[in-house]
Design a protein around this ligand. Structure first.
Ligand code: URA
Length: 408
């Protein structure tokens, strides 16, 4: 039976709900082996899935665990998801902005994957911050302060956890149908009414082409329709890292600077405004222009930063204790010119090698290490100028500066 199902997908035929249910739930129950599921996932990667199959798979994922219900909390609940990027700390900025405008936000975030960092790892760099809230605690917190950012609870879409871990090691992460059902099942099970998804494209992202990002966007909107959820997608560039900092503590501090209105208008600040405005426009059912004005006011008035601090305090963190390594290495320009490009992927690899992420599952993250870019794309530099500062624990060798900064 299992072999028949795998074979059917191998030759490009459509699988029924029943067949998908048998093999995916069989995997979760331990009746289907890793190698069998890997084989099916690869066949899906190569042959794709019909819309019907994707809807079935999304339902099977959702039904594998709890579905949160926030219907008692007044207001439209809006959630956000990013497909992952280098230096992507947008959640830390936009969730407090949106919540400070009285739109309840419950955000379940993940850990880093590959070269991309995860919001939960970033939040853990705030000493004491709790990321393991129970369903009851989440409900109480959103009721009390209107904002929660926490790790995904063990009972929320356990199927995705199991399948994602297998995809990660079988080169099947970048399948569009699998990404769509993975993301949408989690968003629907997390109880949001409306969802904004930031699809990243570029060398530091899962997807490399704009066409693939558009396909994913269409698919997720269609799944949203099936579940009566408004889904908006934006497609954003991930060839260049977001903002100036990569690494957990550094990124939290950068997010705080943006919330305090201290950062100039770089690609990170622009993306935060854009995503926050989409969420506010959905949450308040107003135009995006009206929403943008509210977002700017939330930052300039200090309301958004206050909301961030309120959340940190509620979740027992202390921003005054965030640590950044005191050992630094400066990377200096070898020639004068203008920075044409900063390679996101190379910086992701460098940050991983410093210890900001995990290379092996058992590695411990060093929250205090990372990279601060002193110059961004478009800046003019003179030979000897500091392009980036590395915050390190141990000495680092073999940095290929020319692979990271393109100066002409
Ligand atoms: N993010 C997810 O949550 N799932 C995917 O499959 C890819 C990105």
């Amino acid at each position: 039976m299992i072999l028949d199902i795998i074979n059917k997908k191998r030759i490009g035929e459509e699988l029924s709900y029943q067949e998908l249910d048998t093999i995916f739930n069989g995997y979760l129950n331990g009746e289907v082996a890793d190698y069998q599921m890997s084989s099916l996932l690869m066949a899906i990667c190569i042959n794709g899935m019909t819309d019907e199959e994707i809807y079935s798979l999304t339902k099977i994922f959702i039904d594998s665990g709890d579905v949160l219900d926030f219907s008692d909390i007044p207001g439209i609940k809006v959630d956000k998801h990013s497909t992952g990027g280098i230096g992507d700390k947008t959640t830390l900025v936009i969730a407090p902005i949106v919540a400070s405008l009285e739109i309840p936000v419950v955000k379940m975030s993940g850990r880093g994957l590959g070269y991309t960092g995860g919001t939960i790892d970033k939040l853990e760099s705030i000493p004491g911050f709790r990321i393991d809230l129970s369903d009851q605690e989440i409900l109480k917190q959103v009721h009390d302060i209107g904002l929660v950012i926490t790790g995904q609870t063990a009972d929320l879409v356990p199927m995705d956890k199991a399948i994602y871990a297998l995809r990660d090691v079988t080169a099947t992460v970048s399948s569009i149908p699998l990404i769509a059902s993975s993301i949408m099942s989690k968003k629907i099970a997390s109880g949001a009414d409306k969802i904004i998804i930031d699809i990243k494209v570029g060398n530091g992202a899962l997807l490399q082409s704009y066409e693939d990002a558009e396909k994913l966007s269409e698919l997720m909107m269609k799944i949203g329709k099936v579940y009566h959820r408004e889904v908006r997608c934006i497609i954003s560039d991930m060839n260049v890292p977001l903002g100036k900092c990569i690494g957990n503590s550094l990124e939290v501090l950068e997010a705080i600077d943006v919330l305090q209105g201290k950062e100039e208008n770089n690609n990170f600040v622009k993306l935060c405004y854009e995503l926050a405005a989409e969420m506010v426009s959905m949450g308040k059912e107003i135009s995006k222009d009206e929403a943008l004005t509210l977002v700017d006011d939330a930052i300039q008035s200090g309301k958004a930063y206050q909301k961030f601090l309120e959340m940190v305090e509620y979740q027992k963190g202390n921003v005054d204790k965030i640590k950044v390594s005191k050992n630094t290495i400066e990377l200096k320009a070898k020639k004068s010119g203008t920075i044409q490009d900063i390679n996101a992927l190379e910086l992701g690899k460098l940050s991983l090698s410093l210890g900001a992420g995990k290379i092996h599952k058992t590695d411990k993250i060093d929250y205090s290490v990372g990279i601060r870019l002193n110059k961004l794309v478009g800046d003019s530099v003179k030979k000897g100028d500091v392009l980036a500062t590395l915050y390190v624990k141990n000495n680092v060798q073999g940095i290929k500066l020319n692979d990271i900064f393109m100066i002409r």
